[in-house]
Design a protein around this ligand. Structure first.
Ligand code: GLU
Length: 471
C-alpha cells in the first residue's frame, strides 16, 4: 500500500481541515498541533542466549495544556517516531473530547513482543521505565502511561514496581500508570473499557433517527450485521458487547485471515478456537478468507477496524460496503479514505473519541489511586439499606410484593464496576451528542471526524487561553 501522508502527517491534515471551522489564530493552532516533547531512547539488553541487543524506544508528550500527560505504551516491530507522535497527538484530542483532564502522550518500544521471553520483556519494560524516570517522563502528576497494542496488565505492574522502588514513600505512586491489575491498584472494568466505549459510542449514533435514515438503516444496534477486524483486547470486547446487544457478528478478521458466517459467529467460541488451534481460520461452519483485508470489503452494516493504523486507504476504500464505520483502532483510515467515504455518504465514527473508553476508565483508575479508596466502598451499603427501606414502604402502601430479578435490581447498591460502566456510558453518550451537534450546526463540515476535531481544538485552545498564554 502506498500512502501520501505519514501517520503524523495524516493527523495534521485532519487537524488543518477542522481548524478552518474555528476562530483561533494561527499561533494557538500551531501550538496545539505540534508535539511538545519527543524523547527517543536507546538502551542495551542481554538476551536469554547471551547476545546483546540495542532497543529503540520513545515517549512523546504532545500537549501539556493539562497535566499529567496520558497515553499508552505500545510494543510493536513497526514502532517509529512518526507513529508515536501521531498517537500522542490523538491522545490530546481524545482526552479533551471526553473531558478527561490530561494532556496527550504516547510511548512505543520497537520490538515484536512475541519474539521475546517474558524475562526479556520484563527487563526491557523495567529499563524503559527507569529511562522515563531519569528524564521526569513518568509520575502521577507528570506523565501516566497505560496499555496499548502489545502490552497489558503485566507490563503495567512491572512499570509500577520499578517506579515505586525508585520513589519510596511517594503516597500517590500507584497513579504513575493505569491499566494495572486490580490487586496492584487497578480499577474494575478497565480491561474491557475501550471495547465497551466503542459499543456505547456506536449505539448512540445508531439511536439517532435522522442519521440512520440518511444511511438507510433502522435505528438501534439489534439485528445489525457487524464485522470486526482484530481480535485483540479492543476488538474482542467490542465484538462481544455488540453480540450481547443482539447484533450479528458476521465476520471476524485477524492477521492470518478472516472468517465469515451469514448467521453470525459466536465471539467467545471463535476466541477459544483461535487459542486452541493458533488461527482464526477453519472455524466450524464458517467460510475462510486467506486475506485478512477481504473482511474489510464484505457486505455489512457496521465495520469496526480494531487493530492497527492505515488499514483502509484510497485503494480499498472504494470497495468497502459498510454503511457505518467505527474506528476502534487509532488511525485505521487514511485521509484519502476519509474523502472517499464522505463522497459515498458512509459515516465514519472517528477513533479520537470512539476509542476513548480506555483513557476514560484510566482516568477513573487514576482518581481511585489518588483517593486511595475503592469506588462504591462508602455508598454501597447505605444505598442498599435505603433501597430496602423505600421498597418496603412501596410494598406496604401497595399491598404487593416485588420479586425475583426486579427485586434484586432495585435493592442493589453500586459496586465499583457498576460506577465505572455508568461513568463510561455517560461520557460516551455526551461526547457523541456534542460532536453531532457541531456537525449538524455547520453544513460545511464534511464529516464526523472534522466535527470531532473542531470540538477538540476549541477545548484545548480554551484551556490555553485560561492559562493566560494566549490573551
Ligand atoms: N492506549 C489507549 C489509547 O490509545 C489507552 C490510553 C490510556 O489509558 O491512557 O487510548
Amino acid at each position: 500500500m502506498s500512502h501520501k501522508y505519514s501517520f503524523f502527517g495524516a493527523v495534521e491534515k485532519s487537524f488543518d481541515k477542522a481548524a478552518r471551522f474555528t476562530k483561533w489564530d494561527k499561533g494557538i493552532l500551531e501550538q496545539i498541533r505540534q508535539c511538545n516533547a519527543v524523547y527517543q531512547i536507546r538502551f542495551p539488553i542481554k538476551r536469554d542466549d547471551g547476545t546483546v541487543e540495542v532497543i529503540e524506544a520513545y515517549r512523546v508528550q504532545h500537549s501539556h495544556h493539562k497535566t499529567p500527560c496520558k497515553g499508552g505504551i505500545r510494543f510493536a516491530a513497526e514502532v517509529n517516531q512518526d507513529e508515536v507522535m501521531a498517537l500522542a497527538a490523538l491522545m490530546t484530542y481524545k482526552c479533551t473530547i471526553v473531558d478527561v483532564p490530561f494532556g496527550g502522550a504516547k510511548g512505543g518500544i520497537k520490538i515484536d513482543p512475541k519474539k521475546y521471553s517474558s524475562y526479556e520483556l520484563e527487563k526491557i519494560t523495567r529499563r524503559y521505565t527507569a529511562e522515563l524516570i531519569r528524564k521526569n517522563f513518568i509520575g502521577p502528576g507528570t506523565d501516566v502511561p497505560a496499555p496499548d497494542y502489545g502490552t497489558g496488565e503485566r507490563e503495567m505492574s512491572w512499570i509500577l514496581d520499578t517506579y515505586t522502588a525508585m520513589h519510596p514513600g511517594e503516597i500517590d505512586a500507584a497513579g504513575c500508570v493505569t491499566g494495572k491489575p486490580i490487586t496492584q491498584g487497578g480499577v474494575r472494568g478497565r480491561r474491557e473499557a475501550t471495547g465497551l466505549g466503542v459499543f456505547f459510542g456506536i449505539r448512540e449514533v445508531c439511536n439517532m433517527t435522522d442519521i440512520m435514515q440518511k444511511l438507510g438503516m433502522e435505528t438501534g444496534v439489534e439485528g445489525k450485521n457487524v464485522i470486526v477486524q482484530g481480535l485483540g483486547n479492543v476488538g474482542y470486547h467490542s465484538a462481544k458487547f455488540f453480540q450481547d446487544a443482539g447484533a450479528r457478528i458476521i465476520a471476524l478478521a485477524e492477521y492470518e485471515g478472516a472468517i465469515w458466517r451469514k448467521e453470525g459467529l459466536d465471539v467467545d467460541a471463535v476466541f477459544q478456537h483461535r487459542k486452541k488451534t493458533g488461527s482464526i481460520l477453519n472455524y466450524p461452519g464458517a467460510t475462510n478468507f486467506a486475506k485478512t483485508g477481504d473482511a474489510l470489503e464484505m457486505e455489512c452494516d457496521i465495520l469496526i477496524p480494531a487493530a492497527l493504523e492505515n488499514v483502509i486507504d484510497g485503494q480499498n476504500a472504494p470497495h468497502v460496503k459498510a454503511k457505518l464505520i467505527g474506528e476502534a483502532a487509532n488511525g485505521p483510515l487514511s485521509p484519502e479514505a476519509d474523502e472517499i467515504f464522505t463522497q459515498r455518504g458512509i459515516i465514519v465514527v472517528p477513533d479520537m473519541y470512539l476509542n476513548a473508553g480506555g483513557v476514560t476508565v484510566s482516568y477513573f483508575e487514576w482518581l481511585k489511586n489518588l483517593s486511595h479508596v475503592r469506588y462504591g466502598r462508602l455508598e454501597k451499603r447505605f444505598t442498599e439499606n435505603m433501597n430496602t427501606h423505600i421498597l418496603g414502604q412501596i410494598e406496604e402502601l401497595s399491598g404487593k410484593k416485588v420479586k425475583g430479578t426486579a427485586r434484586n435490581m432495585i435493592l442493589h447498591g453500586p459496586d465499583e464496576v457498576d460506577l465505572v460502566y455508568s461513568g463510561l456510558e455517560e461520557t460516551m453518550i455526551n461526547a457523541t451528542r456534542e460532536i453531532m451537534e457541531v456537525w449538524k450546526s455547520n453544513p460545511d463540515i464534511p464529516d464526523m471526524r472534522t466535527a470531532a476535531y473542531v470540538v477538540a481544538i476549541n477545548k484545548v485552545a480554551t484551556a490555553y487561553a485560561q492559562l493566560g498564554i494566549f490573551p
